[in-house]
Design a protein around this ligand. Structure first.
Ligand SMILES: Nc1ncnc2c1ncn2[C@@H]1O[C@H](COP(=O)(O)OP(=O)(O)OP(=O)(O)O)[C@@H](O)[C@H]1O
Length: 262
């Protein structure tokens, strides 16, 4: 079982020549306890990806800290290559770009697995977890569909035995018919291994089905946080109300129902 991840007053500022500094993440704090599934929602450009990347050490923090238990894994002074950051693994939107096209699937998962060889499941077990045949290990990425490639990316992320799995729009590039299945699979795989999951998506309906709690971000800040049912049942912040109001109600066939005219 992993340890609690604490995000404390995390800030990321982008300085682009000729433009005013942009506070893409502006003092975000939250905790992720082992086994928790936290959804992160907000409009495009609100800073979700930047926050995820900062937590993983892929983007330098301008302030605040990221801590596992009592150990800081991310702060202004700590290198993004700190091996402790491997305890946080990310699955990106585009599995085509995140896999090495010239390396066999089994080798790519094995490379990641070597980081914690004594505790991580075998390549075969990881493929079982993501519901791919073990024969997939001998293949190359181009031989798989988009949904299968995302399963491979999830298996590779889990191969390091992470405490935290982050999905940054991990279903956005998939066919609609696959999105819910892959989201559910991420949740199951993370929880079976005792990790927590931070699931970033603009698909509010899917976030609602997999997250226990939800963070709502707007302009770099968390404007609302709470249990998923409570947020959907009684959103407090005007931004959340607007965001949730933007989802059309659909019937069982995915159609927007016609409202009867009086
Ligand atoms: N490398 C960068 N340099 C400068 N500005 C950036 C950089 N990356 C992102 N930004 C800006 O930071 C803000 C937050 O972007 P970010 O991608 O984190 O948002 P997001 O909520 O993940 O959006 P999306 O859902 O569209 O990916 C945006 O205004 C974006 O233009």
């Amino acid at each position: 079982m992993g340890e609690q991840l604490t995000i404390d007053d995390v800030r990321v500022t982008y300085n682009v020549a000729g433009r005013a500094a942009l506070n893409a993440v502006d003092g975000v704090s939250f905790t992720l306890t082992p086994g928790a599934v936290l959804g992160l929602v907000g409009e495009s450009g609100c800073g979700k990806s930047t926050l995820a990347r900062a937590i993983c050490g892929l983007v330098p923090l301008s302030g605040g800290s990221v801590t596992f238990g009592d150990v800081p894994v991310g702060s202004m002074g700590l290198s993004g290559r700190d091996p402790r950051l491997l305890r946080i693994q990310m699955v990106f939107q585009n599995p085509y770009a995140s896999l090495n096209p010239r390396r066999r699937i089994g080798k790519q998962i094995e490379d990641a697995r070597r980081i914690h060889p004594t505790t991580a499941p075998t390549v075969g077990e990881l493929l079982d977890q993501v519901e791919l045949p073990r024969s997939a290990a001998a293949g190359y990425p181009f031989q798989f569909s988009g949904g299968q490639r995302q399963r491979i990316a999830i298996a590779r992320a889990m191969a390091t035995g992470p405490d935290v799995l982050i999905g940054d729009e991990p279903i956005a590039s998939l066919d609609a018919s696959l999105q819910s299945r892959v989201a559910q699979l991420m949740r199951r795989v993370a929880l079976e291994s005792g990790a927590s999951l931070l699931f970033i998506s603009h698909d509010l309906a899917i976030v609602r089905t997999i997250a226990d709690r939800v963070l709502v971000m707007n302009r770099g800040k968390v404007v609302e946080e709470g249990e998923t049912d409570a947020i959907w049942g009684a959103p407090q912040h005007p931004y959340t109300k607007r965001l949730l109001g933007a989802i059309p109600a659909v019937d069982g066939l995915g159609r927007i129902p016609l409202v009867a005219q009086p």
